[in-house]
Design a protein around this ligand. Structure first.
Ligand code: ASP
Length: 439
């Protein structure tokens, strides 16, 4: 057995947090490859080192003095080094960084130093080998991640090392220029490393005990999700549930490696397993509920719409012309409705309406804004009768008016449209009927 472990910023924000991480790693000898993030927030008012680096580099770009903010960053690392009693100095590294900043090494280079320096500390603390991600995580000349070359190079390099620390979040382009993934991208590095070493498990350590059935800001102490499939996760993350970077699933999914989300501050908690497929039933018929506010429905009516070949295409091209992507498209016999994001749509609404008139010649178009979409997701829905019935009777009891229903053919999720004002009540009603009542 071999595990790759990735630790998020809050797990590495201070010497105390490092000590917890060290304990976790040493408690299981299978934890051989470690991917650290940059130090995160130590408390609610604190600033992540990555954000400090972005701010510092903004001064570099404006040709302003950046030495004081850079020294503040160094202080963060020195506090960790001293707190761990390490004999390590980052003096030389900071000299190099200062020099490279003066030479305008780029915003990605600047941001990547957060993980790079934390990786050096982590390697010293664990006495593991340090592998600079710039040598093994590779992007092509256009800045796209090069999965195949990376896999070859990384697998070759790590085959020679029994234990190693590989900083998250960045890699390099063919000319050596440092390039980062999007924010939160250390999750992706962890996944790439797991694939390269063909790990049995990718442990992703963070500050929550895995995914929860519903948003804790809406439901008090929601139940954790023990096991979730990649497809369920995709549906829930798309609707706003965020614990893991969305792109992090692809490398491990390809290699059939499960992800185990765990809590550095509560290592005894079970966490959430993210798997390709499972024969385990989810505990509550549904696996999770997530949702987003801020949608508009564009309702289009035309008599005999059902007989007109190409009507849907013409309507959709009105959205395409205006660069708007749609979310859902439930339809009736003489009506169709398109759901779009309100902020994206608002400035272009009249242009879209006139384009629909021009292209599809409908009888009428009506807009309704301030809608929320809720996704009820669960692999168990396929084999359980009455799920939809239970959802809608719960919503009726809670006095929530359902504006739209959409169930995909995969029967993995049911999407429900409600007004923004009913959004929280609707989620509470659905959670209650499936989790609290546990029928
Ligand atoms: N440190 C980076 C960020 O704050 C990457 C990461 O933590 O995954 O986005």
């Amino acid at each position: 057995m071999m595990k790759v472990v990735k630790f998020g910023g809050s797990s590495l924000a201070s010497a105390e947090q490092f000590a917890k991480v060290g304990k976790i790693i040493h408690s299981d000898k299978e934890r051989k490859y470690v991917v650290p993030s940059a130090p995160g927030k130590r408390n609610a008012k604190d600033t992540k080192v990555t954000d400090m680096l972005y701010a510092c580099y903004a001064l570099v770009e404006a040709d302003e003095d950046f030495r004081v903010p850079l020294m503040k960053i160094k202080d963060r690392y020195d506090a960790i080094i001293n707190g761990l009693n390490l004999k390590l100095s980052l003096e030389e590294e900071f000299k190099k960084i200062t020099e490279n900043f003066k030479n305008k090494a780029g915003i990605d280079y600047a941001a990547s130093r957060g993980e790079y320096l934390n990786g050096i500390i982590m390697a010293a603390y664990l006495d593991y080998e340090f592998v600079d991600a710039a040598e093994v995580i590779l992007f092509d000349k256009d800045g796209n991640f090069d999965a195949d070359t990376t896999n070859k190079v990384l697998a070759g390099r790590l085959a020679k090392l029994e234990r190693a620390v590989i900083p998250g979040f960045y890699g390099a382009m063919p000319d050596g220029t440092v390039k980062t993934f999007s924010r939160g991208g250390s999750d992706i590095t962890g996944s790439i490393v797991s694939r390269a070493v063909q790990a049995d498990c990718y442990e992703n350590w963070t500050d929550v005990s895995g995914f929860l059935v519903a948003d804790p800001r809406i439901i008090k102490n929601p139940q954790p999700i023990k096991t979730i499939t990649y497809r369920e996760l995709r549906e829930l993350s798309y609707m706003g549930a965020s614990v893991l970077h969305e792109e992090a699933v692809f490398p491990v999914r390809k290699a059939g490696i499960p992800i185990h989300i765990r809590n550095t501050n509560a290592p005894e908690d079970e966490g959430t397993w993210i798997v390709e497929s499972t024969c385990q039933q989810s505990q509550y018929t549904i696996t999770g509920i997530a949702g987003k506010k801020g949608f508009v429905s564009v309702n289009i009516d035309k008599d005999m719409m059902n007989t007109e070949v190409g009507f849907g295409r013409k309507v959709l091209s009105a959205f395409e012309e205006n660069g708007i992507s749609f979310e859902h498209m439930p339809s009736g016999i003489d009506t169709m409705t398109i759901f779009v994001h309100q902020p994206e749509f608002e400035g272009k609404e009249q242009a879209v309406i006139s384009a629909i008139h021009r292209l599809a010649n409908p009888d009428s178009i009506e807009l309704e804004g301030d809608l929320g979409l809720i996704a009820v997701v669960g692999r168990g829905m396929k084999s359980n009768r009455g799920t939809a019935g239970r959802i809608f009777s719960a919503l009726a009891h809670a006095n929530v008016n359902v504006k739209m229903i959409d169930q995909g053919s995969s029967e993995l999720n049911i999407i429900i449209g409600v007004s923004n004002a009913d959004f929280e009540d609707a989620i509470r009603a659905i959670y209650d009927i499936f989790v609290e009542t546990q029928l």
